[in-house]
Design a protein around this ligand. Structure first.
Ligand SMILES: NC(=O)c1ccc[n+]([C@@H]2O[C@H](COP(=O)([O-])OP(=O)(O)OC[C@H]3O[C@@H](n4cnc5c(N)ncnc54)[C@H](OP(=O)(O)O)[C@@H]3O)[C@@H](O)[C@H]2O)c1
Length: 260
């Protein structure tokens, strides 16, 4: 009998990543859970095993380090594990004028949201293609669809993720490997406090739960969707973002990021 698939989830210590871990475990996957807060990974692994069984490996991983993605892959290999499905979920935002954000924080953002995601994708895709199975779910955001004043680098990073993933989806057509991009709107997780924007209009406007986002995201991934936007409100916003001139959307998006 074939062994269960193994899914690697980055940023599994909370929020959407942890909720995706519940979805993958419920589908019978073994899991590799990574993040910096290892105590949360351990607690999650214990809860998942108690409910669903399955093997779970937790690995401490800082994806803002220049060699973070390569170290993570080396660690997985050293444990004798493989990766059948990759969920690039780790990410964070920074609020404020770009000129006021400490350069090191911006560099971390680019490392986590862009560079590590790209390295993990590049390194883990070839074995999937050789086997003709598995896949990659990249977590972007509704922010990917337009520029975002007061969160400029974050929005730009998510545009990169969406563009990369859509192109890769096309490259992998017919290979047996599925590639999807999950684009949530505002979601109630640790994201807003990490970005210092709990009082912004965006996060005071009834955010979705991480569980709902993960359920829709996982189902869309299993169905091989190219882009998955959870919820009709977010779908409408994505369409409006595409058709609204930036001269109009820029001040509106800025307002969303300001305190109410
Ligand atoms: N919440 C939203 O409104 C929203 C909307 C659209 C898209 N998203 C995206 O959804 C994804 C998950 O975010 P979330 O909302 O679930 O926020 P969250 O609760 O803050 O979770 C973020 C995860 O990323 C991990 N992470 C952050 N920096 C890291 C680093 N240097 N190295 C390794 N892991 C790191 C964190 O793990 P550790 O702290 O343990 O390292 C954590 O598990 C992100 O890509 C985010 O951009 C969120």
């Amino acid at each position: 009998m074939a062994s269960p698939p193994i899914t690697l989830i980055t940023g599994a210590s909370g929020g959407i990543g942890a909720a995706l871990a519940w979805q993958a475990a419920a589908s019978g996957h073994h899991l590799i859970l990574t993040g910096r807060r290892t105590h949360l990974l351990t607690e999650l692994a214990e809860a998942l095993t108690a409910r669903h069984g399955g093997n779970i490996l937790t690995i401490e991983s800082d994806l803002s380090a220049p060699d973070g993605a390569d170290s993570l892959i080396n660690s997985i290999i050293a444990h004798g594990w493989r990766v059948d499905h990759l969920i690039n979920n780790a990410g964070f935002g920074t609020a404020g004028d770009l000129a006021s954000i400490p350069p090191a924080r911006l560099q971390s953002l680019v490392h986590v949201n862009i560079l590590s995601l790209t390295t993990l994708t590049r390194q883990l895709l070839p074995p999937m293609l050789s086997k003709g199975s598995g896949g990659i779910l990249n977590v972007a955001s509704l922010a990917a669809f337009q520029p975002g004043p007061l969160m400029a680098a974050y929005y730009a990073s998510k545009s990169y993720v969406l563009s990369l993933t859509e192109a890769l989806h096309h490259e992998c057509k017919g290979s047996g490997v599925r590639v999807s991009c999950l684009c949530p709107g505002a979601t109630a997780t640790g994201f807003a406090s990490e970005a210092h924007m709990e009082n912004s209009r965006l996060f005071l406007s009834n955010p979705m739960t991480a569980e709902t986002v993960a359920r829709i995201g996982w189902r869309g991934y299993l169905r091989g969707r190219r882009v998955i936007i959870p919820g009709w409100k977010n779908k409408t916003l994505a369409i409006l973002s595409k058709i609204t001139p930036h001269a109009v959307s820029l001040p509106l998006v800025r307002k969303l990021h300001e305190s109410a």
